[in-house]
Ligand binder design. Sequence first.
Ligand code: NDP
Ligand code: AKG
Ligand code: MG
Length: 737
Amino acid sequence: MAENQTPDILYTKVDEAPELASASLLPIIRKFAAAAGIEVGTKDISVAGRILSTFPEYLKEEQRISDDLAELGELVKTPDANVIKLPNISASVPQLTAAIAELQAQGFAVPNYPEEPSTDEEKAVRAKYDAIKGSAVNPVLREGNSDRRAAKAVKNYAQKNPHSMGKWASDSKTKVSSMSDSDFFANEKSATITAAQAGDAKIEFVAKDGAVSVLKAGWPLEEGTVADATFMSVRALSAFLAEAIEDTKSDGTMFSLHMKATMMKVSDPIIFGYAVKAWLAPVFEKFGDEMAALGVNVNSGMGDLLERVKGNAEIMAAIEAVAAERPAMYMVDSDKGITNLHVPSDVIIDASMPAVIRAGGKGWDEKGQKGDTNCVIPDRCYATVYDEAINFFKANGALDPSTAGAVANVGLMAQKAEEYGSHPTTFEAPADGEIRVVLANGETLHSHAVEAGDIWRACTVKKAPIENWIQLALDRQRLTGSEAIFWLDSARAHDAQLIEYVKPALETAGVADKFQIMAPREATAQSLKTITAGADSIAITGNVLRDYLTDLFPILELGTSAKMLSIVKLMNGGGLFETGAGGSAPKHVQQLVAENHLRWDSMGEFCALGESFNFLADTKGNAKAGVLGAAAEAATQGILDFNRSPSRKVGEPDNRDSHYWFARYWAEALAAQSDYAALAAEFAPIAKALADGEEAILGELAAVQGVKVDLGGYFNTDPTKTAAVMRPSATLNAIIG
Ligand SMILES: NC(=O)C1=CN([C@@H]2O[C@H](COP(=O)(O)OP(=O)(O)OC[C@H]3O[C@@H](n4cnc5c(N)ncnc54)[C@H](OP(=O)(O)O)[C@@H]3O)[C@@H](O)[C@H]2O)C=CC1
Ligand SMILES: O=C(O)CCC(=O)C(=O)O
Ligand SMILES: [Mg+2]
């Protein structure tokens, strides 16, 4: 590779558990790749990295770093992209402010997050931080639709080694509660943009007196784009939340709220804030002004609120008095007193609802007791999936992972598709009035009468991504012969527009009989029936259901979504290989710091690695990459066959042990192959050294566990300290270099 050229493969530097894992795994990957002349570069997309690259003017020359996310965002639009993307933090405001404080303490003079920006400078800083906040990475890199599924070997392993499942009682009181009206589902309008309507649209607010203000101008709508608008009435939301709290109390269950405040970074923290307000309603009635003066912002959660009011004994007493009257609360960490409402990013629906369902409908309350829970999901667009799953398991008992088939997913994700691209077009109504979408030709596309504070949003999905998604579905169905269902609700405005694309495409391809179109509730019931019978199904879904289902089904089938294969065929020809379908597992970092055991499972990385090398082989005719890819697949199989995945408990093999085994099986497979004699010769002594060193290496890895460790930071760890913690085997390091 010539200098200054993009490396053959780019591996992302992220945060939390997967980044710790990289400190051990990446040196191994680099060594093996280098032997085949393949360069593996890195790009920093961590939240700390994004903060530092955004504020060069606040930093000393030597502290400045490049804007790697912007560079990657360009690269994924080219056929040369070959990116291995690990999960990264999508920061809520409390996470963002914690990261800022840590960087400042480390000597980086980045500005504070302006809670209430007033000067122009503060407003500019706030706008920059808002671009770092929430799901700021994935939508930039996802220039393709997603193909998420369990590799055959992973699925076979799960069937042979079924994980534990909670029991579902038919009289379980666990349920899903949603609004019955005035939510996003009820108010949705959708249309497909015609040639005459295409061009830069704007979003306007029309006050009661007729005054028009522009909420967003220059909003490009291309021909063929499906453009939606909807809103949630906050008056109805507040009434619903108050009722849900009372209902939970009379059920004798615990209250839980499941949102996606990270990807839906504008709307969902607001909804979360209304829940905090509803929970503490009597306190707000009495002390609303005092709390406002103390800078309370409910959208940041109860944790932030308590921090601000803790000096006021009266308010604290009022909060305690309310707690005594409330139902039990679903906890994030009952030992530490962290509730569901503490931080908006602690309970994230895609991971949290499957965890409840896998546990047999159970959560943990303040006393650390297991119990049934009222799962509050205000909007109905997708809540029906969980409602139906819960009904299904109440009626049929828990899924049996030893016999269950698999639900794979083909997700419409490219180019900020659907709700997950809506944050720049989400607004709180400034007053009572009307919000409308006005097209380039002057026509009003959608309009809604709103009340002050209502959460209005518009979102789009473009024609080329829709067509690409349908094609991907056709390909996956043809390759597998599985049941294939488009999860689309003909009674929902947006879905009805998509069906207008899907039906003719299926007819043209002559495969209409191989696909079904079902609303999410019916599709859930059908898919669960199919996998219960041991067969497979392909869920062809929009972006939100892609996210939800690729945690739900793997967590039920495999025990975790960490083992998913997550391929994004980029629309311009490149490849983005996401590792797993889960997140950055903050719990795992806490455990590592407390007892030097990292239970992160790198199966997602292993699967992505094989795919990435194979892709390099296919697209660049790099035969050596193909050999490395096949050997990486054999190593992945070895991890499964010999049970080398990390254990959850200190004192047992962890993430680092699994990397040793991966390196060993990889080297053995390379030494054994005959396609490239030179590679075999190069890896034979490495394989031998790894085998000869087994006892020493495993001993050195085991010896370090059980004590506290220091990483020199949380968001911006010290690379030397992290490497020392994650690479504690001198014997292994001597072989890997
Ligand atoms: N693609 C991406 O970039 C994604 C990023 N995120 C971000 O990650 C953070 C945490 O999100 P959260 O919703 O809590 O989800 P996580 O998936 O990080 O955590 C949920 C649980 O899943 C299990 N888990 C996840 N990955 C692994 C793994 N590789 N090995 C073993 N177990 C695993 C762990 O459970 P156990 O208790 O069993 O160990 C973990 O505590 C947030 O900042 C979120 O925004 C979230 C999803 C995707
Ligand atoms: O980008 C994010 O915030 C989370 C992404 C996610 O959960 C997913 O893609 O499954
Ligand atoms: Mg997800």
